[in-house]
Design a protein around this ligand. Sequence first.
Ligand code: CA
Length: 223
Amino acid sequence: MRLLVIEDEKKMAGFLKKGLVESGYSVDTAASATAAETLASENEYDLIILDVMLPDSNGMDVARGLRSDGFKGPILMLTALSGTKDKVRGLDSGADDYLTKPFSFDELLARVRALLRRHDVGTESILRFSDLEMNLVTRQVTRAQNQITLTPKEFSLLEYLLRHPDRPISRTTISEHVWDVHFDTESNVIDVYVNMLRKKIDQPFKTKILHTVVGFGYVLREE
Ligand code: CA
């Protein structure tokens, strides 16, 4: 899942990015409304975290702008204002949820998960395909009840594939949802990660589920 964090306070933006990346999300950050608009028009984000106080605009206007530009994913607004009026204004402008600063990172993560779940109808906190299971809360992955240890990037890649089973996914789509803005489209980094993932989820098992679609990308399929 790829997230955009719009926050001008460097320390807060860095803290959010670090924690979210450690949790397996790909994260881009924007320090102004203008930078956010550019990133949102160029990339596909699954969720946007939006601070209400920005140097060149405010969160309400940014949320309205994102919606009128066609962004349909969840927007989580961060606000230092705890007045009911501001929360209502935030939700009215197109945000799906808000969190008042200061907040605990665990609560932010739980809200991010809940918002992604709500927007992705039918998705539970456990994703399953064949005898493979991924628990998004405990972050445990098992295949035929065997525990599998994945790096955050491998986890994120497998999560994206598990959310779109039986559907060939192009390398471009994978890069857009699993990598961030620094992704080098000329590199073979996706193939490298897919091979590392295969060694863990396929190689030790009889049935292979992660297949290459030649000249296109990859698919999770039971053959
Ligand atoms: Ca701010």
